[in-house]
Design a protein around this ligand. Structure first.
Ligand code: PRP
Length: 224
């Protein structure tokens, strides 16, 4: 039996089941056959101290899967913009990790700025009142603008911001979202670059929060 010590990500092939295991091998009995007495203690992801005791249903995307998809998205974006000035506009706060990872996978010159909008507050559903808290100072006119969002849920945030940005005469205006729930029936704009079609659950981690918590999880989990 293989000895596992430390921790690592696990997943069941063909399923969405995965998690982070902390493993500790018990000392072997000196008289026993090799590995016979090796046992493994497993603590599931809900014991992650970053969750502060909050139970999660499951880990939906583990760090390796996210990294692979972000690398592919970077290549897609690089190929989609052969020329012109490309301004990557990250929508804060939720996209702060995604933007940081994504821009390092785009192999062409880019500019980077941010927008800050908020609609959820402490709730798990959007209030519908999308407030623009910070407007980018960079000039948008004549540039390719790529608005980068962590998640498309109701689509209200994107509708509001795309309406606003399109008045600033960019050369092109496209959306890149790491997660798309495909439930946004009122979204009036296409999402050109999508990381994952996400389940309709409340997701946290990799920038996504619940009441400002859990943004720093290296994986994306579904809250109970
Ligand atoms: C969240 C998320 C998206 C938006 C998506 O932001 O980061 O920007 O909601 O929801 P929608 O499609 O229903 O509009 P939030 O307003 O919570 O602010 P945050 O980015 O600071 O977390």
């Amino acid at each position: 039996m293989p000895r596992l010590e430390g921790g690592g990500w696990w997943s069941l092939p063909g399923t969405r089941s995965c998690g982070f295991l902390e493993c500790a091998a018990a000392p072997r009995q000196p008289s026993g056959p090799a590995d016979r007495w090796c046992c493994i203690t497993v603590n599931a992801t809900t014991t992650d101290p970053r969750l502060d005791g909050r139970p999660v249903k499951r880990i939906v995307y583990d760090p390796e899967r996210i990294a692979r998809r972000v690398r592919d998205l970077g290549a897609e974006i690089t190929a989609a913009y052969p020329d012109g000035t490309l301004l990557v506009l990250g929508l804060l706060k939720g996209s702060f990790i995604f933007v940081g990872d994504l821009v390092r996978q785009i192999e062409r010159p880019i500019q980077i700025d941010f927008l800050v909008a908020s609609s959820y507050g402490h709730a798990t559903t959007s209030s519908g009142d999308v407030r623009l808290v910070y407007d980018p100072e960079t000039k948008l006119e004549g540039k390719h603008i790529l608005l980068v969002e962590d998640i498309v849920d109701s689509g209200r945030t994107l509708n509001r911001l795309m309406d606003l940005l399109s008045t600033r005469r960019p050369q092109s205006l496209e959306i890149c979202a790491l997660l798309h729930k495909r439930t946004a029936t009122h979204l009036r704009y296409p999402v050109r670059f999508v990381g994952f079609d996400a389940p309709n659950e409340f997701l946290v981690g990799y920038g996504l929060d619940h009441a400002e918590n859990f943004r720093h999880l290296p994986y994306i989990a579904s809250l109970q």
